[in-house]
Design a protein around this ligand. Structure first.
Ligand SMILES: Cc1cc2nc3c(=O)[nH]c(=O)nc-3n(C[C@H](O)[C@H](O)[C@H](O)COP(=O)(O)OP(=O)(O)OC[C@H]3O[C@@H](n4cnc5c(N)ncnc54)[C@H](O)[C@@H]3O)c2cc1C
Length: 204
């Protein structure tokens, strides 16, 4: 059984910044994540997408933001337990016991749950046989923007991810076609304005 002041569940941007805040309070941290790398959604889903809503960064790639958060946390020497899911939390007298799917056991004074959307996976459209196209011509996230260089890309959706990716891939793809079921979007209005400025409606 390992021992620490604080266990942080989730190594996304919130979990990583929590290491820094705990460190400033002289609290030692152990950080657990189900994924193989730190960074949560930023690393797993969109490392090469620019983010525009981080104070003091007019634009920063999600992957670079995570590198900066790791760098900011590093002086406090967190212990990372990656590739394992927290499966048990138990209050025992004045402390907690945390157990993971890899059998790691940690005794801790406090727990910070920074689990974001939880263990996430794609929201698949109900199309027959779509699995056989996945990671060949159907993608649910963009890890490497250069894969779409000079390609004809169709983006389906109407939220922030769809609009942000349309704007970002417009620079490198040969053509981006945006498909959404209605003329209203759930994305930031400023991004939607930029999308509309790039758009040429279909003539047919
Ligand atoms: C495509 C896309 C684009 C986005 N663009 C922007 C943007 O431009 N600006 C913006 O502000 N936000 C954006 N977001 C949202 C942003 O990524 C999230 O708000 C942010 O990642 C939340 O951070 P978090 O640390 O709370 O959680 P997450 O990033 O979700 O990380 C939580 C972590 O907890 C881990 N976890 C969960 N349960 C367990 C468990 N039981 N055991 C172990 N580990 C566990 C997960 O594996 C995950 O790594 C975007 C999201 C997506 C999908």
């Amino acid at each position: 059984m390992q021992s620490t002041d604080v266990v942080i569940i989730g190594a996304g941007p919130v979990g990583l910044f929590a290491i820094f805040e705990c460190g400033m309070m002289k609290l030692k941290t152990h950080v657990i994540d189900a994924l193989a790398e730190v960074g949560g959604q930023c690393t797993a889903l969109y490392p090469e997408k620019p983010i525009y809503d981080i104070p003091a960064h007019p634009s920063i790639l999600a992957g670079d933001l995570i590198e900066k958060l790791k760098e900011q946390a590093a002086p406090f020497h967190p212990t990372y337990h990656l590739n394992q899911q927290v499966t048990r939390l138990e209050k025992v007298e004045d402390h907690w016991e945390v157990e993971t799917s890899a059998g790691t056991k940690i005794r801790t004074k406090a727990i910070i749950i920074a689990a974001g959307v939880g263990a996430f996976g794609p929201n698949r459209p109900p199309l027959e046989n779509i699995e056989s196209f996945e990671n060949k011509s159907v993608f649910y996230f963009v890890k490497n923007k250069s894969m779409f260089k000079d390609k004809e890309v169709v983006i389906a959706g109407g939220g922030d991810s769809a609009v942000d990716w349309a704007l970002s891939l417009a620079d490198i793809a040969q053509k981006v076609t945006f498909v959404h079921r209605r003329d209203k979007f759930r994305a930031a209005p400023d991004s939607v304005d930029k999308l509309r400025a790039l758009c040429r409606p279909r003539k047919d």
